[in-house]
Write a protein that binds this ligand. Structure first.
Ligand code: GRF
Length: 189
């Protein structure tokens, strides 16, 4: 069983989807979420993780340096001995020291084609440009934003979407299935 840490900053719907798929879906008997870490004390996803019986930690990143924050996370992860670190709505760049410690072990989900759009506001970008479709990207993480090697991409059909909310809803529905599927492929290699 692969032990997973999930880093979040907010809502945590992707974290929830991964945890549920470990409990009862495509990642059952393949992976388990052993720790959820948030860089925001009030992240909604912390309660969601607790409700799923997952140990949670919050390390407020606001008033410490990037290096200090990463060091604290590293200490927690070393104690938990995780195999993979998933970024699921984790809105923070990691230092090179951190990403180099876990080569090909840190994986992010980004709601666009990272060759076309990186950083915040991916669904807004798709909506504003009236894209007929967008992509969800699962990729390895380096110290730059949404920059690492692409693992897999899924298409999201946006032709029927009539508002930004609908774009997001369609995208998230794909994210929640696709992240676990992409991980399964990696874990079974
Ligand atoms: C998702 O769209 C994810 O792809 C992006 O941030 C959003 C986080 O949502 N990186 P949630 O916290 O997983 O609900």
């Amino acid at each position: 069983m692969k032990k997973l840490a999930i880093l979040i900053s907010g809502r945590g719907s992707n974290m929830k989807a991964i945890a549920e798929s470990c409990q009862n879906g495509v990642l059952k008997n393949i992976a388990q979420v052993t720790i959820v870490i948030s860089n925001k004390l009030n992240a909604k996803g912390l309660q969601t993780a607790k409700d799923l019986g997952i140990p949670t930690f919050a390390i407020e990143s606001k008033s410490i340096t990037r290096k200090e924050f990463d060091q604290k996370v590293l200490t927690l992860l070393k104690a938990t001995k995780v195999d993979y670190i998933l970024l699921a709505g984790f809105m923070r760049r990691l230092t090179k020291g951190f990403t180099d410690t876990f080569p090909k072990k840190i994986i992010n989900i980004h709601p666009a084609d990272t060759n076309q759009h990186r950083g915040l506001g991916a669904y807004e970008w798709a909506w504003k440009n009236q894209l007929p479709s967008t992509k969800i990207t699962v990729h390895y993480v380096n110290d730059k934003i949404d920059d690492g090697q692409i693992i897999a991409q899924a298409d999201v059909d946006l032709r029927e979407a009539k508002s930004l909310q609908e774009v997001e809803a369609k995208g998230l529905a794909v994210e929640h299935q696709f992240f676990a599927q992409a991980l399964k492929t990696i874990f079974e290699k």
